[in-house]
Design a protein around this ligand. Structure first.
Ligand code: FCB
Length: 477
C-alpha cells in the first residue's frame, strides 16, 4: 500500500500522485426513486409525471418505462448489503412523492412511508448515512393536471409533502435535500419538453423554475420547524460556461447561458435576487409577474449545505445568421430567450451521452460557488459518466468510467486545496438505471444491472471506488 506522505520510489514514474481527503470526508453513491424502484403500481403508489410521460409513445427511447426499473423496491435489502460491501459511508436516494402521498395532496400513505423507514433503518444498521432527496422529478400526476410547477400552488403542496416525510423520517435522517436539479425540472420539463411532463413554453419554464425554488424555500422552513437538528440543502446542476472565442459576441452568449443554467438558481437561492442581466435577457419571454413580494426572501432561507451535481462544461458561441438549426437545442428550446446561442463541441473525449469530459470544470464550478456565493459546506451530490459496458465472463471492466471518477476526484481534491469546504462526494450512480428520456440505453452505474434477471455485478469502477473509500483517497497511478 502506498503511503501518501512518502516520495515515489526511485525509477518509478508516477503520473498522478496519491491523494488523501480530509478526515470524515463523506463518500457515497446516489440514485433516484423513479430510476431504480420499479413497483410503480404497488403499495398504494399512484402515477407521477414520469409514469405518464414514459408511457406516452415517442417520449422515451425504445418506449422504456420505470415500471420495473432495477426492482429496488423488492430488492432493497440486498441492495443495501451491496452498498455495505462497497464500504459506502452514505447513500443518496430520493423519496417518491406519489408513493408516500398518492395524488400529491391529503394524508400520507403508510405503506409508502414504511418502505423508506425500512430503507433508512437498513442503511443505519450498516453504518451508512442516509442522504434523503425529497424531489427527484416525480411530481404526482394530479398536481401536473392542476397546473404543475408553473402553478404557484404546487410550491405549497411541496412544503406539505416535506412536512409529511419529515414527520415520518425526521428522527432518523439527518441530511435533507429539497430539490434535485431544478434547472432540469423547469427547462427540460416545461421548456424543451424532453423531460416530463413534456411541455414546451418558455414562460412556463421560467415560472416553473421560480415555483420550484419557492417550494424549496417553503420546504426548508417546514423541515426546520419540524426538526431543528436537520441539515437542509438543495442540489443544483452547474456547468462552467465558456465562450468559444475571445469575440465579445461569444462572451455575451456565454453570459446568457450562464445566466439561465447557473445564476437563475444560484442567485435567488443564495443571494435572494434574480440577476438583472438575466431578467433583461428574458424580457421577451416573461415579465416576471409571477414573482410576489417576499418570494425571494423565502427562496433564500438560509441553508446548511449546498449540493452540486457536475457532469460537463458548456462551450457556446454567438448565433450565426442563417445557420442550420441544431434540432436538439432549438425549437423547442430549453434556453428561452437565448434559443439562437450555439453549443460548440471541441472534439475532446466524450461519454456515451456525448458529454465532454472536463474534470477541471469541477474545480472551477466548486470554486465559483464558494468564492462568489457561499461559505456553506459543499457536497458533490452527483458526478459520473455513461459508457457502453460489456459483461465478459461475469465481469465488467469499465476503465473509461473508472478514469472519469479518478480525474474528477483529483479535481475535487484540488478544489479542497484551493480552500473549498467540500465535505463529500456521491458517485452517480450506484447502479445502472432508467436514464430518463434515454431509458435503459445509457449506463451510469458502478454496479451493472442485467434488466432481464436483475443480477447486479459490481464493475471494476465499483471495486476501485471501494478502495478509494477504504484509504480515504486515491492511490498513485
Ligand atoms: C442528472 C440527474 C440524474 C441522472 C444524471 C445522469 O441530471 O439528476 O438523475 O440522470 O443526470
Amino acid at each position: 500500500m502506498s503511503n501518501p506522505a512518502s516520495p515515489p520510489a526511485v525509477g518509478v514514474v508516477v503520473d498522478r500522485p496519491p491523494l488523501t481527503f480530509p478526515p470524515g470526508f463523506l463518500w457515497g453513491a446516489a440514485t433516484a426513486a423513479y430510476q431504480i424502484e420499479g413497483a410503480a403500481a404497488e403499495g398504494g403508489r399512484t402515477p407521477s409525471i414520469w409514469d405518464t410521460f414514459s408511457h406516452t409513445p415517442g417520449r422515451v427511447v425504445e418506449g422504456h418505462t420505470g415500471d420495473v426499473a432495477c426492482d429496488h423496491y423488492h430488492r432493497m435489502g440486498s441492495d443495501v448489503a451491496l452498498m455495505a460491501e462497497l464500504g459506502l459511508r452514505s447513500y443518496r436516494f430520493s423519496v417518491s412523492w406519489p408513493r408516500v402521498q398518492p395524488g400529491g395532496t391529503g394524508p400520507a400513505n403508510a405503506e409508502g412511508l414504511d418502505f423508506y423507514r425500512r430503507l433508512v433503518d437498513e442503511l443505519l444498521g450498516h453504518g451508512i448515512e442516509p442522504w434523503l432527496t425529497l424531489y427527484h422529478w416525480d411530481l404526482p400526476q394530479p398536481l401536473e393536471d392542476a397546473g404543475g410547477w408553473p402553478a404557484r400552488d404546487t410550491a405549497a403542496r411541496f412544503a406539505d409533502y416535506a412536512t409529511l416525510v419529515s414527520d415520518a423520517l425526521g428522527d432518523r435522517v439527518r441530511y435533507w435535500t429539497t430539490l434535485n436539479e431544478p434547472w432540469c425540472s423547469a427547462f427540460l420539463g416545461y421548456g424543451s419538453g424532453v423531460h416530463a411532463p413534456g411541455r414546451s413554453d418558455g414562460a412556463d419554464a421560467v415560472r416553473a423554475g421560480h415555483h420550484l425554488m419557492l417550494g424549496h424555500g417553503l420546504a426548508v422552513q417546514a423541515l426546520r420547524a419540524a426538526r431543528p437538528s436537520a441539515e437542509v440543502g438543495v442540489t443544483v446542476n452547474l456547468y462552467p460556461v465558456t465562450p468559444a472565442s475571445d469575440a465579445p459576441a461569444d462572451a455575451d452568449a456565454a453570459r446568457r447561458i450562464d445566466g439561465l443554467a447557473n445564476r437563475f438558481f444560484l442567485d435567488p437561492l443564495l443571494r435572494g435576487s434574480y440577476p438583472a442581466d438575466l431578467m433583461a435577457d428574458l424580457a421577451g419571454v416573461t415579465d416576471f409577474g409571477h414573482v410576489r413580494d417576499g418570494d425571494l426572501a423565502t427562496i433564500s432561507t438560509p441553508l446548511d449545505v449546498v449540493g452540486v451535481n457536475y457532469y460537463s462544461r458548456h462551450v457556446v458561441a454567438a448565433p450565426v445568421p442563417d445557420a442550420e438549426p441544431e434540432p436538439y437545442w432549438r425549437a423547442p428550446s430549453c434556453w428561452p430567450g437565448s434559443e439562437d446561442v450555439r453549443f460548440v463541441t471541441r472534439g475532446v473525449p466524450v461519454t456515451d451521452m456525448n458529454w465532454e469530459i472536463d474534470a477541471p470544470g469541477l474545480v472551477e464550478t466548486l470554486r465559483r460557488v464558494h468564492e462568489e456565493y457561499t461559505d456553506l459546506p459543499l457536497y458533490v451530490t452527483e458526478n459520473g459518466s455513461a459508457f457502453v459496458d460489456e459483461v465478459v465472463d461475469g465481469r465488467v471492466e469499465d476503465a473509461d468510467r473508472l478514469a472519469y471518477f479518478d480525474a474528477h476526484l483529483r479535481a475535487a481534491h484540488e478544489a479542497i486545496e484551493a480552500g473549498v469546504p467540500l465535505r463529500g462526494y456521491f458517485a452517480w450512480s450506484l447502479m445502472d438505471n432508467f436514464e430518463w428520456a434515454w431509458g435503459y440505453t445509457k449506463r451510469f452505474g458502478m454496479v451493472h444491472v442485467d434488466y432481464d434477471t436483475q443480477v447486479r455485478i459490481p464493475k471494476s469502477s465499483a471495486r476501485w471506488y471501494a478502495e478509494v473509500i477504504r484509504r480515504n483517497g486515491l492511490a498513485a497511478q
